[in-house]
Design a protein around this ligand. Structure first.
Ligand code: TPP
Ligand code: MG
Length: 658
């Protein structure tokens, strides 16, 4: 291996050596502990240390770095006390996830490290968001993110690079090409010579770097970072390296040809560099021995601390209370002056007033800038807030949701407009796995609202009509809001934007231009988790939300004989069951109407909870009404039969007569 010293001083060269030595020695210790059954899974980065260490040392402390599962050198280079890492791996309290997630699956604002989720790819989009926040704040910083060559096959890789290029974000995309993704060799993973060649397709620069040569890694990355801080732009780096151990320790390396293993063993980044430093008299053998002794002592002392720490205890109240970030709801009362406006105008107003209120709020979505969005909710916004805050995005839901996550990590707020709620399936992974779980895992907030124009009755067929709230009410960590009236829509949207938790905000398209209401002109908020009793009666409780509320109102008006409580849930998570329970205790009968197909929807859960809580008050079986168990059909006659409007009327009459 050839080393070019360039203008590096001797101290820096020693720092790079120590930087690599530490993760190597920790790993060697871990391999022993693994064999003794004292730690669980281990993903080895042996042989790849030069990349983690070289990149991290080229960054400034205040610059974010997003490592993967083989980047122990990132964590040690940021000088995290080792006992905290060891406690993390043992699932103990002073680890970064308090036993809630394993290995390298954590982040820490203290050390500006944002760890991975298992799904690999979303990490790249998160880096985009962090870099966007820096760029908008004129911070002149670089964000570095790692990926293996295997994960470059994920759509998230493509989306993140494309976004970074279109928006000129200072992200250093670091591919560690180590020959394998689990057992899959590179020739079964991609079909181009170098992954770096892909940069051209995205319109960005790239470099190929010898990932086993620490001086090359550090010098090149250092130079590129300096250039990117001056002139922000993304950069794709392909580090050529090799995975010297199994995917994880238990899985072995049987499928790796010996020849390959032997070839790369000769390129060991630490052994070669140590020889070089000794030969050049930059370090002496005594110093090497002493360094190893010191590191070994540090490891042993810190290991003892971690082993001495008691196992985590399980406290149900604590676990449940840390799924969501604490939100101090501030009630802002609505003033008296109102305008009679449409549902769609109320949302637009709430969004606009929130933009004035929160300078750190960014809106992202397809065609939302000058075009104003397909429903014209952000029409005129660019002239008020500029295109850097009202951002047209490429068509890449997953990448943009991840970008929103990154904005939040770096101190901003984001609203993402799904063009249609149906398309959220393309951004599903980061929502349910990243945003939803990040607070529980490592105490980080996901200050993101996802606006969901949803619902049927508009003759739009299977892919522009769904009301898919059940996909999200299932997932702890998300809040789900579903207003039925303009005034609620505005107040709840304002609250959603104030709330630092991820909120799915459902807006029924059928209500957009058909429902009017008196909406207070000024800014105000409405609390989550408070249902609205729209009508009061004594004989039946009707529970619904969204368009279902309007259908229920119609039917109840048609049948004045039915003396019903009508409960508009308004938010599905949190869910105001107290209002439902007290109504059912009064009426003794419950019918729940949801627009979505019935199976697995919120109506089923409400029904089950009422059965558990109010069994002795019930005078009739609880009735659930929903759409037919089919996709949403296009033709009017089919859709009318699909939707539960008519069935609701007959079921309500049945229940009334019971
Ligand atoms: C979405 C998803 N698919 C599959 C996996 C299982 N998996 C975890 S790591 C990995 C291999 C990754 O290979 P690469 O990106 O090259 O990184 P390396 O492990 O080589 O560092 C696989 C298949 C996963 N975690 N997430
Ligand atoms: Mg790999």
């Amino acid at each position: 291996m050839r080393y070019h010293i360039g203008d590096l001083d001797q101290q820096k060269m020693r720092d790079l050596y120590v930087g690599m030595l530490k993760p190597r020695m920790i790993e060697e210790k871990m391999l022993i502990l693994l064999r003794q059954g004292k730690i669980s899974k281990w993903f080895s980065g042996i042989g790849q240390e030069a990349i983690s260490v070289g990149v991290t040392q080229a960054l400034k402390d205040e610059e974010y770095i997003l490592p993967m599962h083989r980047n122990l050198g990132v964590f040690t280079s940021r000088n995290i006390p080792l006992h905290r890492l060891f406690s993390q791996w043992q699932g103990k309290q002073s680890g970064f996830t308090q036993g809630r997630d394993r290995s390298f699956h954590f982040g820490t604002q203290e050390y500006k490290i944002v760890g991975m989720i298992s799904h690999l790819g979303p990490q790249l989009g998160v880096a985009d968001g962090i870099a966007l926040a820096d760029l908008l704040g004129r911070k002149k910083r670089v964000t570095a993110v790692f990926t293996g060559e295997g994960a470059t096959s994920e759509g998230d890789f493509h989306e993140a690079l494309n976004i970074a290029s279109v928006w000129n974000l200072p992200v250093l995309f670091c591919i560690e090409n180590n020959g394998y993704g689990l057992s899959t060799p590179t020739n079964e993973q991609y079909n181009c010579e170098h992954l770096a060649d892909r940069a051209k397709g995205y319109g960005m620069e790239s470099r190929i770097i010898d990932g086993n040569n620490i001086l090359e890694v550090f010098s090149k990355v250092d130079e590129l970072c300096k250039a990117m801080r001056k002139r922000p732009r993304p950069m794709l780096l392909e580090f050529k390296t090799f995975r010297m151990r199994g995917h994880e320790e238990a899985s072995g390396t049987k499928y790796v040809p010996d020849k390959l293993m032997n070839k790369w063993a000769k390129k060991d980044p630490i052994a070669n560099y140590e020889t070089f430093l000794l030969e050049e008299n930059i370090i002496s053998q005594e110093e090497v021995d002493k360094l190893k002794e010191e590191i070994s002592e540090e490891i042993n002392e810190n290991l003892k601390m971690a082993f001495d720490e008691a196992p985590v205890s399980s406290n149900e109240t604590k676990e449940l209370s840390e799924v969501y970030h604490k939100f101090d709801y501030q009630h802002i009362e609505s003033k008296e002056e109102v305008n009679n406006i449409r549902f769609v105008d109320a949302i637009s107003q709430g969004l606009e007033q929130s933009m004035y209120r929160h300078n750190e709020l960014i809106i992202m979505g397809q065609d939302i800038a000058d075009y104003g969005g397909v429903f014209k909710i952000t029409e005129g916004f660019t002239s008020k807030f500029g295109k850097s805050r009202v951002r047209n995005t490429p068509i890449c839901e997953s990448g943009i949701v991840s970008t929103a996550m990154g904005l939040s990590i770096n101190g901003m707020k984001a609203v993402v407009e799904m063009q249609f709620a149906d398309f959220v399936s393309s951004g599903f992974n980061p929502i349910v796995n990243y945003l939803a779980k990040v607070h529980y895992r490592w105490n980080e907030k996901a200050d993101v609202v996802i606006r969901m124009p949803c619902g049927g009755g508009v003759g739009a067929g299977p892919f522009h009509s769904q009301t898919n709230e059940a996909w999200f009410t299932k997932t702890p960590g998300l809040k789900v809001v579903y207003p039925a009236f303009p005034a609620d829509a505005k107040g709840l949207l304002n609250t959603a934007i104030n709330d630092p938790n991820p909120v799915l905000f459902f807006e029924h398209k059928g209500l957009y231009r058909s429902v009017y209401g008196d909406v207070p002109k000024d800014y105000y908020t409405i609390p989550f988790g408070k249902a609205n009793l729209l009508r009061t009666g004594n004989s039946i409780t009707v529970v619904s939300y969204g368009a279902g509320i309007h259908w229920a109102l119609e039917v109840l008006e048609k049948h004045p004989i039915i003396d019903a409580d009508l409960v508009d849930l308004r938010t599905l998570q949190p869910l105001d069951m107290d209002t439902v329970y007290s109504s059912v205790k009064k009426t003794g009968k419950l019918i729940i109407l949801q627009e979505d197909t019935l199976f697995g929807g919120i109506a089923s859960d409400i029904s089950a909870m009422v059965m558990e809580e109010c069994f002795q008050y019930l005078d009739a079986p609880i009735k659930r009404v929903g759409s037919l168990e089919t996709p949403v059909p296009f033709a009017k006659i089919l859709e009318e039969n699909y939707l539960p409007r008519q069935r609701f009327e007959s079921e309500l009459l049945n229940l009334h007569a019971y």
